[in-house]
Design a protein around this ligand. Structure first.
Ligand SMILES: Nc1ncnc2c1ncn2[C@@H]1O[C@H](COP(=O)(O)OP(=O)(O)OP(=O)(O)O)[C@@H](O)[C@H]1O
Ligand SMILES: [Mg+2]
Length: 248
């Protein structure tokens, strides 16, 4: 579903991404871990099209998207949740979701209000809200939502585009334990066929949910394997996980 081949990205003298390759099949649950500054967000931005690689290729469902815009990638099946706030604060959860559906279908913005009452958009908004655990919050203005619920809504917005691949950038960052639990439930309940790539610092989440893990270090792939293989890797232990790994 998503393949990166030999991606390289330099910022001045810094190799932020060096020869990184990655392959996600349909239904993948793949995590990227690594120390601060390892290049996780840069890799995400390359995959999402926010920045362009100096060399290497990116394929989405078999199609070359290396030079494609973020919008073109979204239309080709790539969904991503943003940590940046992307929400219409004073509008309801239902309207935010319906607008995402309308935007996806490329309808003119000027008629959005009329179309927001469009039955198909509303039905889809209700289904996705229920999917992410916001079924009871459809009529709530975004401004009234808790931090955790807003993050759930951001995932819902990404799902409105019916992606084949979903990129989640630190989905539980800044969350309370209760909010983290809800987000884990959401991730668990994502459609089985969806390929999910998660950048995450929370090792409990990574080891519980990922089927494969790529460990980045100084922009390079240090190791890739199953959670058990990552745990057992002396290289990963020495370089990154260290003593904390005992707790995983
Ligand atoms: N636009 C940029 N210009 C210059 N340097 C950058 C830019 N973006 C990232 N970097 C540098 O590239 C390296 C990798 O950064 P990146 O944000 O990808 O790391 P990360 O693994 O996401 O770290 P963290 O865990 O702290 O989020 C860092 O040294 C960072 O300072
Ligand atoms: Mg980062």
């Amino acid at each position: 579903m998503l393949e990166a081949v030999g991606l390289c990205k330099r910022f001045g003298a810094l190799d932020a991404t060096h020869n990184v390759s990655l392959r996600l099949e349909a239904g993948a649950r793949h995590a990227i871990i690594g120390p601060n500054g390892a290049g996780k967000t840069t890799l995400f931005n390359l995959l999402a099209g926010e920045i362009r690689p100096d060399s290497g290729r990116i394929l989405l469902d078999g199609r070359e998207v290396t030079r494609a815009s973020p919008d073109a990638r979204a239309r080709a099946g790539l969904g991503r949740s943003f940590q940046r706030n992307n929400l219409f604060e004073s509008e309801t959860v239902a309207l935010n979701l319906a607008l995402a559906d309308i935007a996806r279908r490329g309808t003119g913005w000027q008629v959005w209000r009329r179309l927001a009452s469009d039955r198909a958009a509303r039905a889809r908004a209700e289904a996705v809200a229920a999917q992410v655990g916001l079924g009871d919050d459809l009529a709530s203005p975004v401004a009234s939502l808790s931090y955790g619920a807003r993050r759930q809504l951001e995932v819902a917005l990404a799902l409105m585009g019916e992606p084949k691949v979903l990129l989640l950038d630190e989905p539980t960052a800044g969350m309370s334990p209760e909010e983290t639990g809800r987000m884990l439930g959401l991730i668990d309940s994502l459609p089985a066929g969806l390929a999910v790539l998660i950048v995450e610092h929370d090792m409990d989440l990574v080891f519980a949910h990922a089927h494969r893990i790529t460990v980045l270090n100084y922009g390079e792939v240090l190791f890739e394997g199953t959670p058990d293989e990552v745990r057992a890797s002396a290289l990963v232990q020495d370089t990154y996980l260290g003593e904390d790994a005992e707790a995983c």
